[in-house]
Design a protein around this ligand. Sequence first.
Ligand code: ZN
Length: 479
Amino acid sequence: MTGKNASEIWDLVEAKREVFFALSDRIWEMPELNFEESHSCAEHLDVLEQQGFRITRNVAGIPTAVMGEAGEDGPVIAILGEYDALPGLSQVAGLAEQKPVVDGGNGHGCGHNLLGSGSLMAATAVKDYLEAHGLKGRVRYYGCPAEEGGSAKGFMVRAGVFDDVDIAISWHPAPFAGVNNPISLACNEINFHFSGRASHAAASPHLGRSALDAVELMNVGVNYMREHMPSTARIHYAITDTGGSAPNVVQANATVRYLIRARDLPEMQGLLRRVKKIAEGAALMTETTVRSEIVSGDANLVGNTPLEQLMHQNLERLGPPVFDEQDRAFAAEIQKTLTNEDIKSSFVRFGLKPRMGVPLCDTIFPPESGDGTLVGSTDVGTVSWVVPTVQMRGATYAVGTPGHSWQLVAQGKAPAAHKGMEHAAKVMASTAIDLFRNPALIEEAKADFRERLAGTPFVNPIPDDVDPPVTVKDNQVLA
Ligand SMILES: [Zn+2]
């Protein structure tokens, strides 16, 4: 984007500073988990209404999902936000020592208070720009719940809510600013319920068939399989029902939950088939039965070179976020609670040379940086299989801060977090305006998208018969 247009859209972002810093802080103060985000969703709904968006509630049948649209005709650009928190991470804001607000309470340990507010900030500035210039085009803000293990965007994709979207843009809080190396793992979370027969473990052991034995044998089988799978794949498990606490009863029921991750959807689906065979083998060995049930799933992120280049150009033009001495002083206090290894690996992850004494981001990391071997999963991945998608990292916390940590929660309302959020909103907004002003860029992005996915049919990792585990009723989301 050229100078005048860029500074105009950035001014429009700045003009809404107070509204969105306050929104982010309110969301931080009401941390809500997966599919329970009734208050957080209502806050987003409220701001969407105030800012003049047309609103769709209960998106994809999920009461805590909301969509706001503005503008007329033209291409549709979606900006994706999130607002769910994590359990057990309650922490006092602005404090460099661990101290919960509520013992065992929730906390915004992934910065989703900033993620949702920053995306809505960008969407609002884009809306104001389209209005001021009479430009054709529609901007949408998707308030997406349940990213943390809930895969809400997968359910939203399945419901077709992105079908008429041309481009999707998102971001995530991070220690550094830059365009994501688009690597994340496809995953499925799946329960294996084993059923056997209870009996007295001493008086009639021969009559019992242990479901817990089946779980243990399944785990052994998967342990052997690990040697024979791609080195980038990951398989984790948790025994969620051991069948009871009495050793003198043969356990009739037991459940193990597996999380299977791989580089892409087809590879992950191949591993899933193998794990299911091992479960059947364990059932056969123990004369029990097994039933499996997918809980959630994300596709891997599909990159998009034209969009990544465009977003990177906008980042370069804006420069890294500007922090002050006070911001750096607090970040340095946080760094004292971290290990040198935390700090070093934070640089390495983003392809940067480790430097000590750098509390906050002072640079933009280069595109496709980092080796991408230590990555997790995100439900933005599923969106990227149906819409050309681009994502950036915004620098909102001290270099070295681990994800999902009390240190991250402690920084969620700091001035540096607000500055990093505004910075990301500016980059997302100016990228969107470039696309509206130059539809040929949208066509380039679509061509890249088609080329990457040619010959690989999309199979949503969430099967048709799985419903989102919704706990909130639509009328509980007020605004
Ligand atoms: Zn996150």
